[in-house]
Design a protein around this ligand. Structure first.
Ligand SMILES: *Cc1c(COP(=O)(O)O)cnc(C)c1O
Length: 366
């Protein structure tokens, strides 16, 4: 083979491939492990979504509706926006990639933070863009430093608010002051994957900015609060002009038919949503107390997960937890070697996690 592979593609680092749960269990000789590593919803998917998907299986020979018509109508009504301001994707991951594909030319610049969602620099590099990566300041986005990195080549700024992996948020005032420094040619992306878990008085409503002179795009997902991570549905809220660019770039059937049907049903499943909120809020409080009592430092969070400072090597801790059937996320890939990230689970899962943490601390101290 004589492939000519562009340098910027050769240098891309593939997303770290996790092993299937079943393989991990076989390797470690364990059963009934619990996964608290990927910020998924431990309650499971919305039962209404599951029912609607099951009822739709016999139509799998048909192509999906390329416009996501019914889902767009329902969501537009729920959010009080125009359907033309919504673009759906195969997860919000795809919207992130579409933004880069639509707006970034080779040599253009994209600003993101570190640590932050690893997808942002990846999609920029895939377009031949140049990443400017700004370190967090005390576990928060450094909005001043980010504004300081803007040049006339800047096309996109990615801000996950709340930030993954720290769970921290910035205020509306801080965001407004930041936006005042951003030129009208730069698109600011507010990734709101965890918005549902944010206290109401701490939320920034992206809808307030959609018609403003400074382009702002909000990203939301059905993967977290709605429990549909495996289905792959997310969406962006944006001006019709930006939406038009993304529609030009996207695949004609980028959201599959079951995903559209499941997401639509989940939107109407108020019980599941409220149960998720209750489980998450209670779990965060309970785990926060428990982890602190064990001498660890969980950071304040506005999400369904914690970043926890173990004050010791996170990888070894993660492996010792794995042997007890509790899967958490080591933070080596995020350059936080003494931390792990823990997703809140059900009350029973949280108890099991805390017991495993306690035993691991004893073991590793011995
Ligand atoms: C989980 C997550 C998403 C959602 O990704 P999907 O592709 O919609 O599953 C987006 N951004 C951040 C920061 C996340 O943590």
């Amino acid at each position: 083979m004589k492939l000519t592979i562009p340098e910027h593609i050769k240098n891309l680092i593939p997303y770290p491939p996790g092993k299937p749960l079943e393989e991990l269990e076989r390797e470690y000789g364990i059963t009934g492990s619990i996964k608290m590593a990927s910020n998924e919803n431990s309650l499971g998917p919305s039962p209404k979504a599951v029912g609607a998907i099951a009822a739709a299986l016999s139509n799998l020979h048909r192509y999906p509706d390329g416009s996501c018509y019914y889902l767009a109508q329902a969501l537009a009504a729920k959010l009080g926006v125009d359907a033309g301001q919504i673009v759906f994707g195969n997860g919000s991951d795809e919207i992130i990639a579409l933004l880069a594909a639509a707006l970034v030319m080779p040599g253009d610049e994209v600003i993101s933070s570190k640590p932050s969602f690893l997808v942002y620099p990846k999609v920029a590099q895939a377009q031949g863009g140049i990443n400017r990566v700004v370190p967090l300041n005390k576990m928060h986005h450094d909005l001043d430093a980010i504004a300081g990195q803007i040049t006339d080549r800047t096309r996109l700024i990615f801000l996950d608010n709340p930030n993954n992996p720290t769970g921290s948020v910035f205020s509306k005032e801080a965001f407004n002051a930041f936006l005042a420094k951003v030129p009208e040619s730069v698109v600011t992306v507010l990734d709101e994957a965890y918005l549902d878990f944010v206290d109401h008085d701490k939320r920034i409503d992206v809808r307030d900015y959609l018609a403003g002179p400074k382009p702002v795009v909000g990203l939301r997902t059905f993967s977290k609060a709605y429990g549909l991570a495996g289905l792959r549905v997310g969406f962006g809220l944006m001006s019709p002009a930006i939406a038009d660019c993304l529609h030009r770039v996207r695949g004609p059937f980028n959201v599959n038919s079951l995903a559209q049907i499941g997401a639509l049903a989940a939107l109407g499943d108020e019980d599941h949503y409220q149960n998720t909120m209750t489980m998450t809020k209670e779990g965060i409080l309970w785990l926060s107390k428990g982890l602190t009592a064990l001498g660890l430092t969980p950071l304040p969070t506005q999400t369904n997960f914690f970043l926890v400072d173990l004050h010791q090597d996170g990888k070894a801790f993660y492996q010792a937890m794995l042997k007890k059937g509790v899967i958490v996320r080591p933070m080596t890939a995020y350059a936080l070697p003494t931390y792990i990230r823990i997703t809140v689970g059900t009350a029973a899962e949280n108890e099991r996690l805390l017991q495993a943490v306690s035993r691991t601390l004893t073991e590793l101290a011995a």
